[in-house]
Ligand binder design. Structure first.
Ligand code: FES
Length: 82
């Protein structure tokens, strides 16, 4: 059984695997849209290795964090959709 940590996603407490990236954790929750383009189109992880910048979210109040490069940690506060 994988260990889990609790993170907050858009104000909602969620349990996710402890040994994954934030992008993987969000996808495991069914959250594929992490941001919106300037025209309002849904965007989500594409490359998974820090190149495309399509996975940007707010982490602990810091904007433009790439979810594919962040490891989940207990208490992480994540805001998507900006
Ligand atoms: S998925 Fe491409 S930078 Fe994160």
């Amino acid at each position: 059984v994988a260990e889990t940590v609790e993170i907050r996603v858009d104000g909602r407490a969620r349990q996710v695997a402890s040994d994954v990236t934030l992008a993987a954790a969000l996808l495991s929750l069914g959250q594929g849209t992490l941001r919106r383009s300037v025209r309002g189109e849904a965007r989500g992880p594409v490359c998974g290795m820090g190149i495309c910048f399509e996975c940007r979210v707010v982490v602990d109040g810091v904007a433009n964090r790439r979810a594919c490069l962040e490891r989940v940690r207990e208490g992480m506060d994540v805001v998507t959709g900006s």
